[in-house]
Design a protein around this ligand. Structure first.
Ligand code: AMP
Ligand code: ZN
Length: 463
């Protein structure tokens, strides 16, 4: 039985999906720049949830959105739209910016073995859905118009703050001087923004030309594809206090009931113990790690070693250690694969049971990985390799692509056989093929086989 920690109840709960396929929405990237390794940790987390569910036999209907409009510089409604800013700075249209960075993002996902959710929803393809959503909120009395947009009126939604435990009265008392004086409460947020003529991305709406707020995107797209009650919503912890509170407010105002059964949040990645930020120059991309000689899967492996609800400190020493450990693991698996010796089924079953228990205990992948590391210490056996392949459905570390067996690991060839090989090579050079064949037969009688390769004769012991 899968148990997951629900941010909403602040405890581990048994997972029971609403329908036959698990419905899951994950907040996707804002495609104004490259995704950094912190962002990617959050998508590895999304991938692990999906893989565990699939391992458990569930069918999935997952949505990942691409935010290509509406996400302002601050998660609350301050500042310029990130896409517009990048467009100005890079002298490209926001559409070009979005296409380019979304393309790189999907390449990164592929390199990291992060499976693409079933539905990829681009915000700008859903403007109509968002407008209808805002209209519906307005009709129900949850929204009001100001000179610069349509705002959600949180005073109409007393349950606001349930996810983060935020106290709105405190917030109001301590609020700094409001930039937008027309807002009725500092935590009211924009559903729709009216655009000035210089704003590049703008659409016709009942409120004139404008563009959607960031939070309405996720509400409109999750509702469209998953309905007004779905199973899991995932994202990074930074989204708990504003973005996801706002999604809940919108969803529940519209439907009148709970919209998401399990909220799952991935903790942040730090760099050298501190915050990752462009200005500090410590926001690495996967391409930058590759330039430094690491494989994308070294980074995935690094992430797999920490539970998703723990902060993970990125350092190059840590990544080096992950690389070494992954190489050892892969080499051991190659040796298991090469050994026909069996492992007792009860032993395999015991490892499997412990692995399944770990992944079902709130996606405890570090523990599951530890169990695999125990298993590979067993005497070499193809059965252990097959077990690892099964575990790889969750781990996603490409255990099917094994490294070559190190040469010194193969058994040394007896001197007598080595001498015969040399005689045979000479016979072939002399074009005395009859002799070469006789020597081959003699070698075979002594329990070895010779294969001619472009690098010379290769000998293996006959089983
Ligand atoms: P954004 O592209 O800014 O919308 O962020 C994409 C995802 O990355 C969101 O789910 C964020 O919560 C997450 N995220 C941002 N910074 C970090 C970080 N340092 N560590 C982990 N996740 C992060
Ligand atoms: Zn979102």
């Amino acid at each position: 039985m899968l148990k997951i920690f629900n941010t909403l109840s602040r405890q581990k709960e048994e997972f029971t999906p609403v329908g036959r396929a698990v419905t899951m929405y994950s907040c996707g990237p804002t495609v104004y720049s490259y995704a950094h390794i912190g962002n990617l940790r959050t998508y590895i987390f999304m991938d692990l949830i999906r893989r565990v569910l699939r391992y458990d036999g569930y069918k999935l209907k997952g949505v990942l959105n691409i935010t290509d409009v509406g996400h302002l510089m601050a998660d609350s409604d301050d500042g310029e739209d990130k896409m517009e800013k990048a467009s100005r700075e890079q002298q490209k249209t926001p559409w070009e910016i979005a296409d380019f960075y979304a393309g790189v993002f999907f390449e990164d996902l592929k390199k990291l073995n992060i499976g693409k959710p079933e539905i990829i929803a681009k915000a700008t393809d859903h403007i109509e859905d968002m407008i209808r959503y805002v209209q519906a909120l307005q009709e129900k009395g949850y929204a009001y118009e100001t000179s610069d947009g349509i705002y959600f009126d949180i005073s109409k939604f007393p349950a606001y703050g349930q996810l983060s435990g935020i106290n709105l009265d405190d917030q109001e008392a301590g609020a700094r001087v409001e930039v937008n004086s027309e807002k009725r409460h500092p935590a009211d947020f924009a559903l729709w923004k009216k655009a000035d003529p210089l704003h590049i991305m703008q659409w016709d709406s009942p409120w004139g030309k404008g563009y959607p707020g960031w939070h309405i995107e996720c509400s409109a797209m999750s509702r469209k594809y998953l309905g007004d009650t779905f199973d899991i919503h995932s994202g990074g912890v930074d989204h708990i206090p504003i973005h996801h509170e706002n999604e809940i407010a919108q969803n529940e105002a519209l439907s009148g009931h709970r919209s998401v059964n399990y909220w799952m949040h991935g903790e942040f990645m730090l760099v050298d113990g501190g915050k990752m930020s462009k200005s500090l120059g410590n926001t690495y991309t996967i391409a930058q790690l590759e330039e430094k000689g690491y494989a994308a899967l070294d980074f995935r492996f690094f992430c797999l070693n920490a539970h998703y609800r723990k902060k993970l400190n990125f350092t190059f020493e840590g990544l080096d250690a992950a690389r070494t450990s992954r190489e050892r693991l892969m080499a051991a698996l190659a040796q298991h694969n090469a050994s026909p010796a069996p492992t007792a089924p009860e032993k395999l079953e015991a490892y499997r049971n412990r692995f399944v228990e770990a992944i079902n205990d709130d996606i405890n992948v570090p523990l599951a990985l530890g169990i695999l590391f125990e298993a590979i210490k067993e005497p070499k056996s193809k059965d252990i390799y097959k077990l690892a392949l099964e575990f790889d459905k969750v781990l996603g570390l490409s255990f099917d692509v094994l490294p070559a067996l190190p040469q010194e690991e193969s058994e040394p060839v007896p001197a007598e056989i080595a001498a015969l090989i040399e005689q045979r090579t000479q016979a072939k050079k002399d074009k005395n093929y009859a002799l070469a064949d006789r020597i081959r037969a003699e070698i075979a009688q002594k329990g070895y086989s010779v294969i001619d390769t472009k690098d010379g004769a290769k000998v293996t012991k006959l089983k």
